[in-house]
Design a binder for this molecule. Structure first.
Ligand code: ARG
Ligand code: GLU
Length: 721
């Protein structure tokens, strides 16, 4: 037996060194036993219980969900937390001013007293997870329709979660897996006192900006440091100077050993969403309709931003974050389409469906429930896609008009003012809320940009909608078809929502009857027109069809598992804790191009020499240190390794996830995927899909040598050999 295993290992080693061994999948930590043998073959030296253990400390205790959409990792016994610079960006920005520009200059707290609190920011720690499928399915009866089923599932999920909360000590929720074939309970501990400890300047943390985003080779120091605080019993507490550093049950030693090609890697974090099991119709729709529309609309928005940002520094700063947000998905969709084409994804899906259909036909007994399933998908999607498109068009074009979204915020005030017995206290509170929303809104608002956006978005609406055009757009087309500029011109001439003074003045002097003025405002009418179309014409059929699709996917997932009972299907990412694994490896993205898996300080200097690219600008200090090769003890093979790629299956939400070596040490921090991998949410390609991480040695170097903050290294456990 042992000999056989040894032979197999040997075989795998030989095999492995010739081709990529990237492993598709984002696995549930409590079920990692199923994968552990393969992981150990690839270089993991730990056992399943070291990764996830409910009865003792394990790696999972060092991993948190950071804020809403990112991951973070503990790297000291005193609650020091590592995440991405882009995950902490908003927080760093909130502490920045012209005098203390932490985004530009970086920030380092010299002692715990100088750490900066962040109201509203939380970190979430998983206490335990549990398969509760049996309890959920028990309340379901096969005669229920989809709506009844959904309600029954929701109710039992709440009951199960409530029990697990232990009187408010924990948060808890039940999530569906495999489209509702399985259900898991997740119990969380949420900490609310999270302070900023350190961040490199943006010229390091955001080096390469949008130019390099989603691309390899990359040279970004995309990390920031936080500290989690707790009460004196290590429990969550509101911010207080009495709080003490949280003591994690586990923290990651940080590796300064340096990486080699083919080293084992594991990414442990909170991936948001994948769509691995979509059918050919859905994939075709994404490629042919959804992505092209989104790309087209955003291309136009970015043109307007670029043009106006180039004219003024003020606008450039005001719209920097909006620009990054719009550009991020825009670029990802282009990569995704390219990747799906390259994989011939629709035909691959069609082949899989053919195989499924043949299996159903050949097994009339066990496959009876799946008879007609693929036809049902086709029929439902044909009905569903126009609605889906209308929603997406609204999301992209309609929601990009800032003034419309701002005016929409006044809906509640109108409703409150129209009540039979208006409650003055609540109205006053609402007015105060609107005042502060107004202040925040106008801080980063430019009327000229927004006017152009409205103009262009109406055109995009007209261009992209087929039979489903909102009435308000149709009326604009009818009235102003010969000169579409006229409508936005009118709106902006007459609306009060374009001016901070006007809105503030209006709020200061608000009387109940003034709600009419809001209702008559053309920006308010515009957004209402779009919204009421969505609410009355689109959402009802859309939601009905989506619930049909839910039931079809549930059946399809069950069918796929029945067809291949020995295959380890991974459940789509759904914002719960997962493990992905692979190894440090490059790829061949195009003819004659090879990706080496490491970038070095040399590459930063090469890029910085392109002085016309703003995103490549670095400080004199960084330039000097790199040019003089002041790598101290953080070099590997005499180079300062900045970023690396590896074959772990990751997605949005994995930002800030620790990348872990075979012994459980932190070797990097995940922050992106390469351009060639972005289709992996839908179809994974082991030859191409690579996640991008900051090398732990570069993180240590920036803290120690660039920022001179060695005291931060003192509380970490840095692995030298
Ligand atoms: N593409 C990465 C992720 O999806 C990084 C985004 C932030 N960086 C940027 N240049 N916009 O979120
Ligand atoms: N940057 C992404 C994030 O913020 C991770 C990149 C990806 O989508 O893989 O989560």
């Amino acid at each position: 037996m042992l000999k056989k295993k040894l032979l197999f290992t040997l075989f795998l080693l030989i095999f492995v060194s010739f081709r990529s061994v990237a492993v598709e999948g984002m696995w549930l930590p409590s079920l990692i036993q199923k994968n552990i043998e393969e992981m150990q073959m690839m270089g993991l030296e730990l056992e399943a219980l070291d990764l996830y253990n409910e009865d003792g400390a394990s790696l999972k205790d060092a991993i948190v969900r950071f804020g809403r959409g990112c991951t973070g990792a503990f790297i000291s016994p005193e609650g020091l937390l590592l995440t991405n610079h882009h995950c902490g960006y908003g927080v760093i920005q909130s502490h920045s001013s012209v005098e203390n520009d932490y985004l530009t200059e970086g920030f380092w707290a010299a002692s715990k007293d100088e750490e900066l609190p962040n109201p509203g920011l939380t970190i979430t720690l998983l206490v335990r997870m549990e398969n509760v499928t049996a309890r959920v399915l028990e309340v379901i009866d096969l005669n229920m329709n989809e709506r009844e089923r959904a309600i029954a599932v929701r109710d039992i999920s709440h009951t199960i979660a409530d029990e697990a909360k232990e009187d408010g000590r924990y948060e808890a929720m039940v999530n569906p897996f495999y489209y509702g074939n399985e259900y898991y309970l997740f119990v969380y501990n949420i900490y609310r006192d999270v302070r900023l400890v350190g961040a490199p300047p943006s010229s390091i943390g955001k080096f390469g900006g949008d130019v390099d985003n989603w691309m390899w080779p990359r040279h970004s120091g995309d990390f920031a440091l936080f500290r989690v605080y707790a009460d004196d019993e290590n429990n969550p507490a509101d911010y207080s100077t009495d709080n003490v550093p949280y003591q994690p049950a586990h923290f990651f030693p940080v590796s300064n050993r340096g990486l080699e090609k083919h080293d084992f890697t594991m990414v442990y974090g909170y991936p948001g969403r994948t769509q691995r099991y979509l059918t050919s119709d859905a994939v075709d729709f994404i490629i042919e309709k959804e992505n092209p529309m989104g790309i087209d609309v955003r291309t136009r928005i970015l043109q307007i931003y670029d043009q106006e940002m180039a004219k003024s520094d003020e606008v450039r700063i005001q719209y920097a974050s909006k620009h990054a947000g719009v550009a991020n998905a825009w670029k990802r969709w282009m990569g995704e389409n390219r990747g799906l084409h390259r994989l011939d994804a629709v035909n691959v899906k069609l082949e899989q469906e053919k195989e499924f259909g043949q299996w159903v036909a050949a097994n009339p007994l066990i496959a009876a429930p799946y008879d007609g399933l693929l036809q049902a998908f086709e029929k439902t999607y044909t009905e569903y896609h126009p609605y889906r498109f209308a929603i997406r068009l609204y999301g992209e074009a309609g929601r990009s008009i800032e003034i419309a979204r701002f005016a929409e915020q006044f809906t509640r005030l109108v409703a409150m003012s129209q009540e039979n017995n208006p409650n003055q206290e609540r109205i006053d509170a609402e007015i105060e809320r609107l005042k502060s929303a107004t202040t925040i809104y106008f801080r980063n608002y430019n009327v000229d940009i927004d006017k152009q956006i409205m103009n262009e978005m109406i055109r995009k609406y007209i261009y992209h909608s087929d039979e489903m055009m909102p009435d308000i757009i149709f009326r604009i087309l009818q009235r102003h078809g010969d000169n579409l500029d006229r409508y936005p011109e009118n709106v902006f001439k007459r609306t009060m929502f374009k001016s901070s003074d006007e809105v503030m003045n209006f709020l200061e002097n608000y009387r109940l009857r003034h709600h009419r003025r809001i209702e008559r405002d053309p920006a308010f009418q515009f957004v209402n027109g779009l919204n009421s179309y969505i609410v009355s014409e689109i959402q009802p059929p859309q939601q009905k069809l989506e619930s049909t699709l839910d039931s079809l996917y549930r059946l399809y997932n069950a069918g796929l598992q029945a067809m291949k009972p020995d295959y380890n299907f991974f459940p789509d990412a759904n914002g719960t804790l997962r493990i992905s694994y692979g190894r440090v490896e490059g790829s061949y993205p195009r003819d004659a191009v090879q990706f080496i898996p490491f970038t070095t300080g040399e590459g930063i200097l090469e890029k910085a020499a392109q002085t016309e690219v703003e995103d490549y600008r670095i400080s004199e200090r960084l330039e000097t240190l790199l040019a003089n090769r002041r790598f101290d003890s953080f070099a590997h093979h005499d180079e300062l390794v900045v970023n690396f790629i590896a074959s772990n299956h990751t997605t949005g939400g994995n930002s800030g996830s620790p990348v872990i070596d075979g012994r459980g040490n932190l070797i990097g921090l995940n922050f992106d995927r390469s351009w060639e991998s972005t289709m992996s949410d839908i179809m994974f390609d082991p030859e191409q899909c690579r996640n991008i991480s900051v090398n732990s040695q570069y993180i240590l170097w920036v803290i120690s040598q660039y920022a001179g903050k060695d005291y931060l290294l003192d509380e970490m456990h840095v692995i030298m050999e």
